[in-house]
Design a protein around this ligand. Sequence first.
Ligand SMILES: *Cc1c(COP(=O)(O)O)cnc(C)c1O
Length: 418
Amino acid sequence: MPEKNFPLTGEQLKEIIKEYPTPFHLYDEKAIRENIRALKNAFAWAPEFREHFAVKATPNPRIIQIMAEEGAGTDCSSLAELYLSAAAYVTGEKIMLTSNDTPADEFQKARELKAIINLDDISHLDYLDKCAGMPECLSFRYNPGDLIEGNAIIGKPTEAKYGLTRDQLFAAYALAKAKGVKRFGLHTMVISNELRSEAFIFTAKLMFNLAVELKERLDIHLEFVNLGGGIGIPYRPEEKPVDLTFVGWGVQQAYNEILGPHCLTDIAIAMESGRAMTGPAGWLIATVLHEKNTYKNYIGLDACMANLMRPALYGAYHHITVVGKEREPHDHVYDVTGSLCENNDKFAIDRALPKIDIGDILIIHDAGAHGHAMGFNYNGKLRSAELLLRENGDIELIRRAETLDDYFATLRYPGGLV
Ligand SMILES: *Cc1c(COP(=O)(O)O)cnc(C)c1O
């Protein structure tokens, strides 16, 4: 079985833990840079390729800054994410606001930052106009309905709250044009954690055909087509990563075939990959606090689903290794749990692992995207620190762990914290 990567030795990790107690998230700068470069290379053929890193995957300005150094902008879907972007000096059309059920303050902030606004509904045209004024450039999010199947994370497009139907899309572009919008983009995001290359090529074809139709029906020459995020990662060791070179090649064929005859081969390609950029480059590090043997064998960690919710939320698989025991036989079966008063607070169920002892360090893999980001305070759990392993081997604290003071900061109550 292929091994999962981890950039440090057990000894190095234990040194770090002396300074930064577990649990914490660790990100590998080198791996993040390699991931974004691989994506850019796959689309190097395009007249212009724009990656808008999906901030919600790893909402930390230091991570956004690394992305920006590699030429990427951001994809934001909340007010805070717009501010996070600006905090990393990513502004202007490097930002794409792909929001839904959007409040006025998001549109206003996006306009202030001169971000590209991607509208989720035809009715948002008037709303945007009233609350923030019409921008020069606008994009719309297409929901292809039953043309695409969907999966457990994103659901079926026909059941999804996002985007405009095909008919609405044409009406919206016409209306935007009438309102004076000069430059246009087109967006969709219909797949999530997708490992099949064909899915991306299929989506691209759909979008390129729409670009042709927009030109023919409304004389709108799109400036960019944004294929969204959704590039999956091999959470299970036996899974294979998406072959980005093949995806890039397939999209290029479709681009030339569909757009070529219509002289539309100046359209930029944009993506909003989050998971594939930071997911495999991040780990949740935890220490074993307890072992408990009842009807099953439980290993209790100092981390819980507040640090990584995906297993509890989607039954998602995250690979787990035990530091120093990587080569030992996996002849024990455990449920690996956190301490939340929720029975689904389990990182793994019936997982074959080496014999685990109290004090062992566990590495939970592929936690770099939608990991810390989904953290929450239920049960009074505090969110952990985030550490960055620099390319030169240094460790940089990029978010400190929450304290009880943070937890109490929003409360108004008699007395004080003792
Ligand atoms: C979540 C999200 C993304 C990122 O998806 P990944 O699976 O992390 O690549 C991109 N765009 C939009 C609109 C999203 O909601």
